[in-house]
Design a protein around this ligand. Structure first.
Ligand code: 13P
Ligand code: SF4
Length: 459
């Protein structure tokens, strides 16, 4: 199967035969959400820098407004824009060979295949955080993921290591939906409402829990206020941790992960008010807040918001017996309608454990879904969303940027370094270390039969 990028190029250029072949397969995407995705990401670095209004790039939801402080990528040197895929591949391989153990390349499951092929380790955000912590021999960690992941790698890696994000515009619209001033303002309102005294069991009124998809400043806030970080692979373990220490939880920025996880643990929906940071008491009544067990921040992922119950119904109609697995960043109705919900690693393991000939409809990012379809040809695997719409920020990382930062290292230049100030990192590490001590869960909804454990490590 061709990569997501190749398919987008075909659809965009309307190279009839090849595109038709891709379209003819049942369950395969027929169109892309933006023809601009076929262009080099550098075209948008320039446009955004000039306009002074950085956005999230082609394919991003028009509802996602990037904050003014969103990092902008400077122009990639022309030689990398002009290079053919084959030339970039050869340059990346040569640079990696010369750098040897001095560099480790980490790749998130959602990265395009053209980048993932060079990763020494491919995984979900929890696994990549662990990888950053344990690969101490490398002086540089090149993180092919998004900004919050690179920040985390910087905070967990050793002092002698530098973390590089090949394209600084690779942020995360969900992470940007909660910022430190808004969370501090919310916290002040919660303290005024609940006080600060522990109950008879020693549980404080509120524990802050931030999803890994958040800025280092918010992780530091959690570290400072008795809170913790979670990923989608350990969210229920983390919520249990929090309920042992607190009467309720403030969960940010992803309302869906928070709601799906807490619901699966038995928290009633009426005890999960949604917090709108632009309204007093988050837009809730005093009664609703007093009764709250989990206060959910009003954030979401634009990629996972695209999945619908209608798509699941269509998949079941087209493929009777299909197994539907979705990521817990999907809305609750979608998680409820699916057979299973779990993190990216959960999805991978479920596919590995399934008997040959299983049909899967998957609700997560298209690069990962198509890669799984290619890696496990004994199954039929397709994305629930019929439109190809990759995570627009992950997609900003292209082999051209990877070649550029690796060749920079060869010259002794550390380009695009991500550095979290130590005053922030010291508290963020507390919340991260609490998370790393919490073991990943199988799933937020249902578990699949135990499969052969398989690390995502490639080297
Ligand atoms: P994972 O934690 O499953 O890797 O997901 C990260 C992410 O950004 C999902 O949108
Ligand atoms: Fe952020 Fe969603 Fe992209 Fe994950 S898939 S990095 S949550 S925008």
């Amino acid at each position: 199967m061709s990569s997501v990028n190749t398919t987008i190029q075909l659809i965009t250029r309307e190279e009839a035969e090849a595109a038709q072949e891709a379209r003819a397969k049942p369950g395969r995407a027929q169109e892309s959400c933006s023809t601009e995705l076929a262009k080099g990401p550098w075209e948008f670095d320039l446009a955004e820098a000039l306009a002074g209004t950085p956005g999230y790039g082609p394919g991003a939801s028009s509802e996602d407004v990037a904050p003014a402080a969103t990092p902008v990528q400077g122009q990639l040197p022309q030689e990398y824009k002009d290079a053919s895929d084959a030339e970039l591949e050869a340059r990346i391989l040569a640079a990696k060979a010369e750098l040897g153990d001095r560099v480790v390349v980490l790749g998130h499951f959602y990265q395009r295949d053209e980048v993932v092929q060079f990763a020494d380790f491919v995984g979900d955000s929890f696994q990549l955080a662990n990888a950053a912590k344990t690969r101490t021999e490398a002086e540089a960690i090149v993180f092919c993921g998004v900004h919050f992941m690179a920040e985390t790698a910087d905070m967990l890696s050793a002092a002698h290591q530098s973390v590089i994000l090949p394209n600084l515009a690779a942020g995360c619209s969900m992470a940007d939906m909660a910022d430190l001033p808004s969370v501090e303002a919310c916290w002040a309102e919660l303290e005024a409402l609940y006080g600060t005294e522990p109950d008879a069991d020693g549980r404080v009124p509120v524990i802050p829990v931030t999803y890994m998809n958040s800025s280092a400043a918010l992780k530091a806030f959690c570290g400072e206020h008795g809170g913790i970080v979670c990923t989608s692979s350990n969210a229920s373990t983390v919520l249990e941790w929090a309920f042992e220490r607190g009467q309720r939880v403030l969960f940010f920025p992803d309302q869906h992960l928070g709601r799906n996880t807490a619901k699966a643990m038995g928290v009633p929906l009426e005890q999960m008010p949604l917090w709108n940071p632009r309204m007093p008491l988050g837009g809730n009544s005093q009664d609703a807040m007093e009764n709250a067990k989990v206060v959910l921040w009003q954030g979401f992922c634009s990629v996972h918001k695209r999945f619908t119950v209608g798509q699941i119904e269509q998949a079941r109609a087209d493929f009777p017996g299909v197994r539907v697995i979705v990521h817990p960043e999907c809305p609750m109705e979608v998680v409820d309608a699916a057979d299973e919900a779990g993190s990216t690693d959960f999805i991978l393991k479920a596919i590995q454990a399934a008997p040959d000939g299983t049909t899967f409809a998957i609700g997560t990012e298209i690069n990962m879904v198509n890669r799984l379809a290619a890696q496990y040809p004994q199954h039929t695997i397709f994305c629930l969303d019929p439109v190809i719409c990759p995570c627009s920020t992950m997609y900003r990382i292209h082999p051209g940027y990877l070649a550029w930062v690796l060749e920079g290292l060869l010259r002794g230049e550390v380009l695009n370094q991500i550095t979290v100030p130590e005053a922030t990192a010291v508290n963020a590490r507390i919340a991260l270390e609490r998370m790393l001590a919490a073991l990943p869960q199988a799933a937020t909804k249902q578990t699949v039969p135990a499969g052969q454990p398989q690390s995502a490590a490639r080297a």
